[in-house]
Write a protein that binds this ligand. Structure first.
Ligand SMILES: [Ca+2]
Ligand SMILES: [Ca+2]
Length: 217
């Protein structure tokens, strides 16, 4: 199982020594899921992360959600255990914001039951314009696992909050669910990129370098 890597250039410092990639978004398709959470964490590069499994009523220190009730799921249909967190707070909410522990550099969350268009913002900045366009994303209702989203902060950035906004509202608000949330104040162990992605990244860096430092004469 290899992740689909999407490198997002949020802050491009043209005057610096090198371009800044402030946040890196990775998306793992749902084949990364395993009922053995240790196996899954290795595949997701989450070793050493603090995990919120949403199995009880309390959240890990420093984590809060803008919306969310607990939803029971039978074994194997949650990302871990038998409960997930949903966007149900009295009624379904169009937006769900996770406020993260201070100094969070790495964030991950398992998604399920997303079947509309959603954007993702970090600290108010869009890092994914539409989740459903991510390579490997499986759109679907109920217990469908959409995939696992990871965001890493680079170059001195900190992930203060992550917000999911439903951007298509065709008459009703989607119920969406989150599970196996992971945070760390250290970056993940590097995941070896697919060769194709690595070449594309090199090409992108080469392009940025040439745009920043054009040949003279
Ligand atoms: Ca759970
Ligand atoms: Ca849904």
């Amino acid at each position: 199982m290899k992740p689909s890597h999407i490198f997002l250039c949020i802050a491009l410092a043209l005057g610096g020594i090198s371009p800044l990639l402030a946040f890196t978004v990775e998306f793992f398709d749902n084949s990364v899921f395993s009922t053995n959470t240790n196996t899954m964490d290795v595949a997701l590069g989450l070793t050493g992360h603090t995990i919120e499994d949403f199995e009880d009523g309390s959240l890990i220190s420093g984590l809060s959600l803008s919306a969310g009730g607990f939803q029971s799921r039978t074994g194997g249909t949650a990302w871990d255990g038998v409960r997930v967190r949903s966007n149900l707070s009295g009624s379904h909410q169009l937006s769900t914001t996770f406020t993260l522990p201070s100094s969070t550099l790495s964030f991950g969350v398992g998604l399920q039951n997303f079947d509309r268009d959603y954007s993702v913002k970090v600290n108010g900045i869009i890092v994914v314009s539409n989740l459903r366009n991510l390579s490997g994303f499986t759109s679907g209702n109920g217990t469908t696992k959409n995939g696992y989203l990871k965001i890493e902060a680079e170059n001195g950035e900190i992930i203060n909050n992550v917000r999911f906004d439903q951007t298509s509202n065709t008459g009703s608000i989607d119920q969406v669910e989150f599970d196996h949330l992971a945070v760390s104040n250290a970056l993940s162990s590097p995941v070896v990129p697919e060769p194709q992605t690595f070449i594309l990244s090199l090409l992108a860096l080469s392009f940025i370098w040439r745009a920043t430092y054009p040949k003279k004469g």
